[in-house]
Design a protein around this ligand. Structure first.
Ligand code: SAM
Length: 195
């Protein structure tokens, strides 16, 4: 059995397969073992979910969940989020979720951080009006950088109480950090109407 049969590699032609013909598009960036995105795809079957993950071993775990749970509304993309972004459909993404992005705390590794002002600018072209971006981090420094990255962007910060618990129990890293007694910071943003 080829576990990667259902997995999409990054190229413009391949990625066109990831986007739904119908239903709303919700993307998770950095899905890890896919526990959270598989749970979402089960609970919200009318949305089309895309899991993007760069590590092959983790992609394999997501693919197993898709197969075992018969998640026809889940696409799996194996690659770096940044490489896929230019191929996301324009102004068509309903939700973007980023749960516990790697913080890369050392200054010399800063270029590896996913959430930067440039990334937020690119997201603003892809997310539909009133579309949402949700981010959760355990890292205080990254929390401040995230806030800074969204300043002056096309997104407005919103408090989404439902989202505060939406990732508990089903994000592997959330459970890990909670056990270690770490603080967890959660952000929700909404895309402004286009002028
Ligand atoms: C700390 S883990 C969190 C996993 C999952 N979201 C969770 O909450 O359990 C971060 C994940 O993002 C993936 N990742 C980091 N940077 C990425 C990138 N630029 N593109 C795709 N995946 C990335 C890592 O391989 C890892 O699986």
């Amino acid at each position: 059995m080829d576990e990667f049969e259902d997995v999409i590699r990054v190229s413009e032609a391949n990625l066109a397969e990831a986007w739904p013909q119908q239903g709303s598009l919700c993307i998770e960036c950095g899905s890890g073992n896919g526990l959270w995105v598989a749970d979402q795809a089960t609970k919200r079957p009318l949305e089309h979910w895309v899991a993007i993950e760069k590590k092959g071993q983790r992609v394999r775990k997501i693919a197993r969940k898709k197969r075992n749970q018969q998640l026809h509304n889940l696409s799996i993309v194996w690659g770096k989020v940044e490489d896929t972004l230019p191929f996301w459909p324009t102004a068509a993404v309903k939700e973007v979720h980023i749960l516990f992005p790697d913080p890369w705390p050392k200054g010399r590794h800063a270029e590896n951080r996913l959430i930067t002002p440039e990334f937020v600018q690119a997201l603003s072209e892809k997310v539909q009006t009133e579309g949402e971006v949700h981010i959760v981090t355990d890292d205080e420094d990254y929390r401040d950088r995230i806030e800074h990255a969204f300043e002056g962007s096309a997104f407005q910060f919103t408090y989404d109480s439902a989202y505060q618990v939406g990732w508990e129990g089903v994000s592997t890293f959330c459970e890990l950090w909670k056990k270690l007694g770490k603080s967890i910071y959660s952000f929700s943003y909404k895309r402004d109407s286009r002028g």
